[in-house]
Ligand binder design. Structure first.
Ligand SMILES: C[S@@+](CC[C@H](N)C(=O)[O-])C[C@H]1O[C@@H](n2cnc3c(N)ncnc32)[C@H](O)[C@@H]1O
Length: 274
């Protein structure tokens, strides 16, 4: 049998997956970091490692997202466990976390709610960076709640409570200083749902009625009851939904409404104060 080295495994020509994906899969199989791969090109893979690597490459060629194959994804400065029960946290969502942290001075005790927490990426990152803040995170998916709780445990975050709830359903009478959400906002019939990584992610994490605006609309209207006076609502939304979002916010009585672009210049987060 021919032995395969790290260098050879990485150089295998594979037109369908890119080099970075290949590298991340190999790091995962060998349980090593990027620097190790670079400094040990002649290390030989065991036959078991080669078999697992080949299987993962074949699944990637078939379209499965790398994060589901490795079971994790970096977000902000943390690493989150992910399964096909949760959305894979996106780099653009880090913007929502940044805007939220900007509004919570260090050492300022307050309450923050994350609606549709998925893996817990937003809520847990905020809780880690503001240990004095009490964070509540909800999701309608019981599987997502289990993953988010596991991430909170693994990342040793204790100032968080993660609850199964249909948006505000289990939060009657509660008040928050800040409500954040990255809700489903892709229009139900959008062809992107049938392409790339999105094919493998939970539909309920992605798609919404009313051209993708149904959840955003519901959250904007209901959040007024759950915010303290001068409390902020911050929402991530689709590239073409900023104006509609601001209009809904203004109609619901929010002040100082704004939209901000991501690094690619796409309007990504909107919000207002009540
Ligand atoms: C776009 S994903 C965001 C996940 C995570 N916050 C992130 O940014 O990576 C939307 C989340 O909303 C949840 N969701 C959908 N409908 C919901 C509802 N009615 N009540 C609560 N959560 C809901 C989905 O299960 C999913 O986890």
């Amino acid at each position: 049998m021919q032995l395969v080295t790290i260098g050879q495994a990485l150089q295998r020509s594979c037109r369908e997956i890119d080099h970075t994906d290949m590298r991340i899969l190999l790091q995962h199989v060998l349980n090593v970091d990027h620097a190790f791969l670079l400094t040990h090109p002649d290390q030989v893979l065991t036959s078991k490692q080669e078999e697992i690597f080949d299987q993962l490459v074949a699944r990637r060629v078939n379209g499965e997202p790398v994060a589901y194959l490795t079971g994790e994804r970096d977000f902000y400065d943390l690493t989150f466990k992910v399964t096909p029960a949760v959305l894979i946290p996106r780099p653009e969502t880090e913007l929502l976390v940044e805007f939220t942290l900007e509004r919570i001075p260090a050492n300022h005790a307050c309450r923050v709610l994350d609606l549709g927490t998925g893996s817990g990426a937003i809520a847990i990152t905020i809780a880690r960076h503001r240990p004095q803040v009490s964070v509540v995170a909800v999701d309608l998916s019981a599987d997502a709640v289990s993953i988010a709780r596991m991430n909170a445990r693994n990342l040793e975050v204790n100032n968080i409570s993660i609850v199964t709830s249909d948006w505000f359903g289990e939060l009657l009478g509660e008040k928050f200083d800040l409500i954040v959400s990255n809700p489903p906002y892709v229009a139900d019939g959008d062809s992107h749902l049938k392409q790339g990584d999105l094919r493998f992610e939970p539909r309920m994490a992605l798609a919404a009625d009313a051209d993708g605006m149904a959840c955003i609309k519901k959250i904007i209207s209901a959040a007024t009851e759950y915010l303290v006076p001068d409390g902020w609502l911050l929402l991530e939304h689709g590239y073409d939904q900023a104006a509609a979002c601001r209009q809904l916010l203004e109609e619901a009585g929010y002040r100082n409404t704004f939209s901000r672009p991501d690094l690619a210049g796409i309007m990504r987060v909107s919000g207002g104060v009540i």
